[in-house]
Design a protein. Structure first.
Length: 436
């Protein structure tokens, strides 16, 4: 495309230059006719015959019937077909005429003018020089540009092949994953370019998917394990109730126990559903601007008696006019879970500190306790569904509370974090968007 554009531009420029020179010669001779008449023009043309070998122009003067009066014909035009000039209709407007040269690749381009409708003045010039320049241009294209284009295609194929290698590796990895090999990863080229970044993001996505699948498997295993015990108790209670020597009172007691077990199972399943809705963003939040201090105080009212029974002292400190756009019921559930855990895992005569403040246009709630703490190796897993640490097995629970807490906080566009030291207690920090 560049060659074609350059070739057309060069051809057009050379043609315009030749025609301009012919036009200039016509204007020069026309000016002589205007100043000295036909005799002066003939005399000038006759003088030009002496220098015919050096003169690049064909000059022809004809009468109004197109009969040649004076003619200057350069030697290289001797084989041209001048009869075409004499045969043209002189009554028509004269245009550019192209005369082929016998056995040559060149042509003559002749321009014409009328001199007061009495004479025809024609000036022509060969396009030989122009064609030679264009021929050399084509030679350059043939011997230089074509090899460069072929080299460019070869280089392009090589570069494309090398550049698309990560894409082919990506396809191969996808096929491996399709066949069930979930641990397959795309090898990084360590080039820090866009394709390498795509590979890293893809591998990270695969790791996330594998982690989710592993979590789902663990959750299903835990559900199966946790359901086995209540279902076994169900069966045992039902079998005992069906004994022939059982009276009505013992049957009622068995039915009451079955109801308790079924409530526990339903609570587990409902909590799992709530966590899934919160994590997938389908949970319905009734957001409103809530005074955080009032909400915390209401939740504390539910647990003060339990804390007093264990001799646990609760310190409550909060800034005034601390508001946030939250779902009051869901966030109350978050605070209830955290405070309940703090009381549950804090030994008698311990303490719990609860404070809330505004930091960088965010509401920050911290719940500290002097409880048993969480082992460092268990900290990353406490948010997993149905996970219960070694020390947590001494307390009754489902292992879903912290999973629900994290899911609800994240649904509020917030963040929750924990820090803990074994034997010294834990601190849970909730960060929520502030509403002034």
């Amino acid at each position: 495309m560049l060659f074609s554009t350059g070739y057309l531009f060069l051809s057009s420029s050379l043609k315009s230059r030749d025609q301009d020179s012919v036009q200039l010669k016509l204007e020069e001779l026309s000016a002589l006719y205007q100043s000295g008449g036909i005799d002066q023009l003939k005399r000038e043309i006759s003088i030009g015959k002496k220098f015919v070998e050096k003169n690049p122009f064909l000059i022809r003067l004809a009468d109004r019937h197109n009969r040649t009066l004076v003619l200057i014909l350069p030697y290289q035009w001797l084989e041209s077909d001048l009869k075409k000039l004499e045969d043209m209709d002189a009554s028509e407007d004269l245009k550019w005429i192209r005369l082929p040269i016998k056995d040559k690749k060149y042509e003559m381009e002749v321009g014409s003018v009328f001199l007061k409708k009495s004479y025809i003045l024609q000036v022509g010039k060969s396009n030989e020089e122009r064609e030679k320049i264009l021929f050399h241009f084509r030679e350059i294209f043939s011997f230089v540009t074509i090899p460069l284009i072929l080299l460019g295609f070869a280089g392009g194929i090589f570069v494309a092949h090398k550049s698309l290698l990560p894409v082919r590796n990506l396809i191969a990895t996808l096929r491996s994953i399709e066949s069930g090999k979930m641990n397959a990863r795309v090898a990084s080229r360590q080039t820090d370019d866009e394709l390498d970044e795509l590979i890293m993001l893809f591998n990270r996505m695969l790791e996330r998917i594998e982690s989710l699948i592993r979590g789902m498997r663990d959750a299903l295993d835990n559900i199966a394990h946790d359901l086995r015990t209540p279902m076994t108790r169900f069966r045992g209670i039902a079998e005992r109730a069906l004994q022939p020597d059982r009276n009505g009172e013992s049957c009622e007691e068995a039915l009451g126990t079955c109801l308790e077990e079924s409530d526990q199972i339903l609570k587990m399943l409902n909590t799992l559903m709530d966590i899934s809705e919160a994590e997938t963003g389908t949970i319905k939040l009734d957001l409103e601007v809530v005074n955080v201090s009032i909400l915390i105080d209401r939740v504390l009212d539910l647990y003060r008696y339990t804390a007093e029974e264990k001799g646990i002292h609760i310190n409550f400190s909060v800034q005034n006019d601390l508001h946030s756009g939250i779902d009051q019921q869901k966030m109350g559930q978050v605070l209830s879970n955290l405070i309940d855990n703090a009381i549950k895992y804090t030994p008698d005569n311990g303490y719990i500190d609860i404070d809330a403040s505004r930091e960088d246009n965010r509401v920050v709630i911290r719940i500290r306790d002097s409880g048993m703490g969480i082992p460092e190796e268990e900290l990353p897993r406490i948010w997993d569904r149905l996970f219960r640490g070694e020390q947590a097995h001494t307390q009754r629970g489902l292992g879903l509370g912290l999973s629900l807490v994290k899911a609800i906080v994240q649904a509020h566009k917030g963040v929750i974090d924990v820090s803990s030291e074994l034997g010294k207690g834990s601190t849970f920090t909730i960060i929520l968007p502030s509403k002034n």
